[in-house]
Write a protein that binds this ligand. Sequence first.
Ligand SMILES: [Zn+2]
Length: 340
Amino acid sequence: MENKTNQIIQNATSEIEKAKTKQELFEINTHYLGKNGQVSLLMQELKNCSKEDRPRLGAILNECREKVDTLLKEKIKKLEDEELEQKLNAEKVDVTIPVKPIPFGINHPITIIQNLLTDFFVKRGFTVKFGTDIETDYYCFEALNVPKNHPARDAQDTFYINEETVLRTHTSATQIHTLEQQKPPIKMVSTGSTYRADEIDSTHSPFFHQLEILVVDEKVSMTDLKGIIEELAKFLFGDKTQIRLRPSYFPFTEPSAEVDATCTQCGGKGCSLCKGTGWIELLGCGMVNPKILENHGIDTNKYAGYAVGLGLERIAMLRYGISDLREFYENDVNFLKQFK
Ligand SMILES: [Zn+2]
């Protein structure tokens, strides 16, 4: 029996050493340790041995089984390690190979201006408020002092979803939502898409973007309004930029003003862009009509407010020197990718 087990160990060791695949090792395992394998057959022979010898021979057989089993497991581990190493070598990344450039998308110029302006106001303590593109007639017009049949509605003809629901003509609707939700002090900035039933030309589009600010606080005056617009104009077009306010009319502000900035092209000397005047229109603004504040329970003896609204397309056109608004929406990648 001892000779036989020694022989088994010797043969198995040599076969395991030579084995090159896990399949071969599986076959060796079956041949020696399987149900009808050589070790198992010897186990069956134990019955024929004398009772005294059985424990000792049994131990020798177990030892033989364990030895072959260990050798098999070691070899399997070795083959697996080799396999892994080969795989790693084969998949090694050659860092010297030039990388194929992945084309990244970039922000649309309107988004760039939107982010730039929102950042400008957020850094000055304004909170961003989000409105919705679809508004009720009330928030878009009525609450902003533009009742039905008001002439201002003609200038803001929009797309009606039904009699009471419209695509908003301005971001100003967000002012009303803010006044409903918040008590002064209020400092909010809101921006997004706006719609009007306009024919498309170089300066008009039925789809455009606005940004709006609203400030309601104690001791707020026209001087504060002028101050922040001046700061904004210099931020956008350079420190030498000057502004001027011209009286204007908006139903929801009183007094109202249009703000011009010194021409971004000629600096004020006069050129074709500014039609020789040296000034270009920048935005609209005004002190919030006290009626609107009072409608929202704000004491106008204590509080006042101002609002500024501007078109992002206009700012982008001035900043980037673009003369035709349609270029923003024609999806010409070569045009769009020049803006950073
Ligand atoms: Zn000019």
